[in-house]
Design a protein around this ligand. Structure first.
Ligand SMILES: [Zn+2]
Length: 230
């Protein structure tokens, strides 16, 4: 990200209405994960409509500019996962705010976009902001392989370029699409307005998913049994 882009994304984050729903803030001293210089970590308790309390932590290093964000739930781990499906049909839908946790996956079936768990980390942004982040991320990738590329890289590059055109159309509100946010820990949130076409479903996590997320106590037990037998 250039300095200008960083400034822009920071500015848009400050404008988010969700970040004004803070009922308590605390500040702690910490150290930057990159340059180790002393940094403040701001923790905010968010009071979201029809949703559990969440604690957002934000830190920004004054020296190297590294920004980190994280989301924790005020309460214990959700017993169920949550799938949110939003039909994006207008520019107003693109302006809806989203809290994307590190554990959620995001899909847009119309263009075969799939962001697996962990991609882009935790973000507080709008739907449009999120699409632009993906766009910027992929565009960097195109530039990095375009110089001195062979034949198969070139065809990969042109497939990616086609995909970017589709994605850009969505980010500009030129085509309708479906955004599916699947968070097995139910820590992601999309703002709901009177006009929004949004469906939320809670689901049982599979044992396999619990294991992947490190939540399975049975899994640990069976492991220690195996070790005992070995
Ligand atoms: Zn730093």
């Amino acid at each position: 990200m250039t300095e200008e882009e960083t400034a822009r994304s920071q500015q848009s984050e400050d404008c988010l209405s969700l970040l004004n729903m803070v009922s308590a803030t605390t500040t702690q001293q910490s150290n930057c994960r990159l340059c180790f210089c002393p940094t403040e970590v701001k923790a905010m308790l968010l009071d979201l409509p029809n949703f559990k309390d969440m604690v957002l932590t934000i830190s920004e290093c004054m020296l190297c500019g590294d920004k980190t964000r994280a989301i924790k739930t005020g309460s214990e781990i959700s017993p169920k996962g949550k799938k949110i499906t939003l039909a994006v049909k207008s520019l107003l839908d693109l302006e809806l705010e989203i809290i994307k946790s590190e554990t959620c996956s995001i899909t847009v079936p119309e263009i075969d976009l799939e962001l697996t768990r962990g991609t882009l980390g935790t973000q507080f942004t709008t739907i449009q902001g999120l699409l632009n982040m993906v766009l910027n991320d992929l565009q960097r990738h195109v530039t990095s392989i375009s110089s001195d590329s062979n034949h198969s890289e070139e065809s990969q590059n042109s497939a990616l370029a086609d995909f970017l055109i589709k994605l850009e159309r969505l980010a500009k509100g030129m085509d309708n699409f479906t955004l599916i946010v699947d968070d097995p820990l139910s820590n992601s949130f999309i703002q709901q307005k009177e006009y929004s076409d949004l469906v939320q479903e809670d689901y049982e996590r599979s044992e396999e998913l619990n294991q992947e997320l490190g939540l399975s106590f049975n899994h640990l037990l069976s492991q220690s049994e195996e070790q005992a037998q070995a």
